[in-house]
Design a protein around this ligand. Structure first.
Ligand SMILES: NC(=O)c1ccc[n+]([C@@H]2O[C@H](COP(=O)([O-])OP(=O)(O)OC[C@H]3O[C@@H](n4cnc5c(N)ncnc54)[C@H](OP(=O)(O)O)[C@@H]3O)[C@@H](O)[C@H]2O)c1
Length: 281
């Protein structure tokens, strides 16, 4: 999207990270391994995961007060805590933030306007929706920034987010509900596909462990194939493995009959989009 960063820079950043759970610690590992941070101040009542305890670039804080002492020198404050505990956190830091500190939030359903009504309308806010494959560097993130975010902070956010996968920027924050439904929640649909394929294999006579291995490896191999052949659309890839009147054609005739498969997905994505909108209110 024009105006947004497209490539990583060579800069290193001083980052504050509130919340070092599943997503927070996955991001931490990615930043360290991409060597894009000079120092990270972390805050989490549960401490840090064991593998990060001896990392010299991390200073862990167990309370908001000492964490906020570092805030004036930060390039970015990243919020990776659950939406349920976010209100209390924002309240505790509100009076200690300087108005130019850029906040990057990955909390589901928390809007830019919501943050600005907590911190003040000029606070630079970036809202991003990553997904769980970020934990292995294969994430998909869509991000949106308030007009008060300076270009160098956009670049900083792009560098941080692209260290764990692909990043797309949007200027239309309302699309983040659909993004949450498609890529944020998407890994769960793929896991369901693995479960359903394995279960159907068992019903067709396969031993349970073998059926699961076949289902998992088929999804892994197909995703890798789609990634390694970017010029081919999924429809072309599907056509390639579907001989007329063959076994794949027989299965697809069932799955795609009367557009039911698409209809089911349309309904599922609409439900997740609606739920994301509800959570934002
Ligand atoms: N997991 C995903 O796939 C995913 C994908 C996209 C976006 N997100 C978003 O990422 C955020 C984090 O999700 P998660 O799955 O990583 O959750 P998580 O594993 O529960 O991690 C959140 C961590 O933040 C800590 N915390 C709570 N209050 C805090 C405070 N005031 N200051 C500092 N730390 C605090 C929590 O401690 P306690 O456990 O003691 O509360 C926990 O260790 C959520 O907002 C979620 O919407 C998650």
């Amino acid at each position: 999207m024009s105006g947004f960063p497209k490539a990583p820079s060579q800069s290193t950043y001083k980052i504050g990270l509130a919340g070092c759970g599943k997503m927070g610690s996955a991001m931490l590992r990615a930043w360290l391994s991409a060597k894009i941070v000079s120092h990270i101040h972390t805050l989490d009542p549960n401490g840090l995961p064991a593998d990060l305890l001896t990392e010299s670039k991390i200073t862990h804080h167990s309370n908001d007060h000492s964490f906020l002492e570092a805030a004036p020198s930060l390039d970015m404050l990243v919020i990776a805590i659950k939406p349920q505990t976010l209100g209390t956190f924002c309240l505790s830091i509100r009076d200690h933030l300087h108005s130019k500190l850029c906040i990057l939030s990955i909390a589901a359903g928390q809007t830019i306007q919501g943050y600005q009504s907590r911190f003040g309308g000029m606070q630079p806010i970036i809202r991003a929706m990553p997904n769980l494959p970020a934990s292995i560097g294969k994430g998909m993130t869509v991000a949106c920034a308030s007009e008060t975010v300076l270009p160098e902070r956009l670049q900083c956010a792009h560098d941080l987010l692209s260290s764990f996968g692909l990043v797309e920027w949007t200027s239309d924050e309302s699309t983040l509900d659909a993004v949450t439904a498609v890529s944020g929640s998407g890994p769960a649909y793929v896991f369901l596909l693995i479960e359903a394929l394995a279960e159907a294999g068992v019903k067709a006579g396969l031993e349970k462990d073998l059926a699961m291995t076949l289902a998992k490896q088929t999804v892994i191999g197909s995703a890798a194939l789609a990634e390694s052949t970017p010029r081919m659309t999924p429809t072309q890839l599907r056509d390639d493995v579907t001989s007329p009147n063959g076994t794949t054609a027989a299965a697809l005739a069932v799955l795609m009959k009367d557009g039911k498969f698409q209809e089911l997905f349309d309904k599922a994505i609409a439900a997740a989009t609606a739920r994301s909108k509800e959570l934002s209110n």
